[in-house]
Design a protein around this ligand. Structure first.
Ligand code: GSH
Length: 214
């Protein structure tokens, strides 16, 4: 059975799973389902969220669990994604947790504030959101001033899980708000690096990507 991912590319979690698959030189089918339908809730994800993943061995939800499974299942193919030493493996896991518990919420709030009124974001909504984003990005700047990638010298799942969030942020925000990235040189260089990888380019050029510009 071909690998199947359920969910659209407007979700950064879906894109992260797809990126892990491409980094492993695998292909996938992207499928849509009504995520609140009994079929989806019973067979794919009882919490009614995307992404879900399916192959001949397993049906799985939660993007980080899916990515770890892919990284392990295809350990000998494509890019190693779990860290090359025990220390990198631990730090990869740490930054995956940081993504879940400290990074995602401020970024999603910021995106919601911008999307609420893309032409003229309401300052009373976007300013606190921007402040929270700036606070968390200070931590990333400090980390990336001492190592090439989040886990160390190796590109890992920790970098993958962040890539679509910064991509969507860049696609929807203006130059003023982008300063939270461009004013942090190490963060900025890291985003440029992880966004110029062939697997990411190949993914963003798929017609399902709503932000794809020819
Ligand atoms: N922790 C989940 C988060 C998934 C998630 O929040 N997905 C959103 C889309 S970005 C979703 O399914 N939203 C639909 C809903 O909440 O109804 C993961 O990593 O897979």
């Amino acid at each position: 059975m071909a690998i199947k991912i359920y969910g659209p590319f407007r979700s950064p979690f879906v894109m992260a799973v797809a990126l892990a698959i491409y980094e492993k030189d695998q292909e996938f089918e992207l499928l849509m389902m009504d995520i609140k339908s009994p079929e989806y809730l019973n067979n794919f994800n009882p919490f009614g969220k995307i992404p879900s993943y399916q192959d001949e061995d397993i049906t799985l939800f939660e993007s980080k669990a899916i990515m770890r499974y892919i990284a392990t299942k295809f350990a000998d193919e494509g890019t190693p994604l779990l860290g090359s030493t025990i220390v990198e493996q631990a730090l990869c896991n740490q930054w995956l947790e940081v993504h879940s518990h400290s990074f995602t919420q401020p970024m999603v709030e910021m995106a919601r504030a911008i999307r609420g009124n893309p032409q003229q974001p309401d300052a009373s909504v976007s300013k606190p959101a921007l402040e929270r984003v700036n606070n968390v990005l200070d931590t990333y700047e400090a980390r990336l001033s001492t190592s090439k990638y989040l886990a160390g010298e190796s590109y890992t799942l920790a970098d993958i899980t962040h890539t679509p969030f910064f991509y969507i942020f860049n696609a929807i925000t203006d130059d003023e708000n982008k300063k939270c990235i461009t004013s942090r040189p190490h963060l900025h260089a890291w985003i440029q690096d992880i966004s110029s990888r062939p697997a990411w380019k190949k993914l963003t050029e798929r017609p399902e990507n709503p932000h794809y510009k020819q």
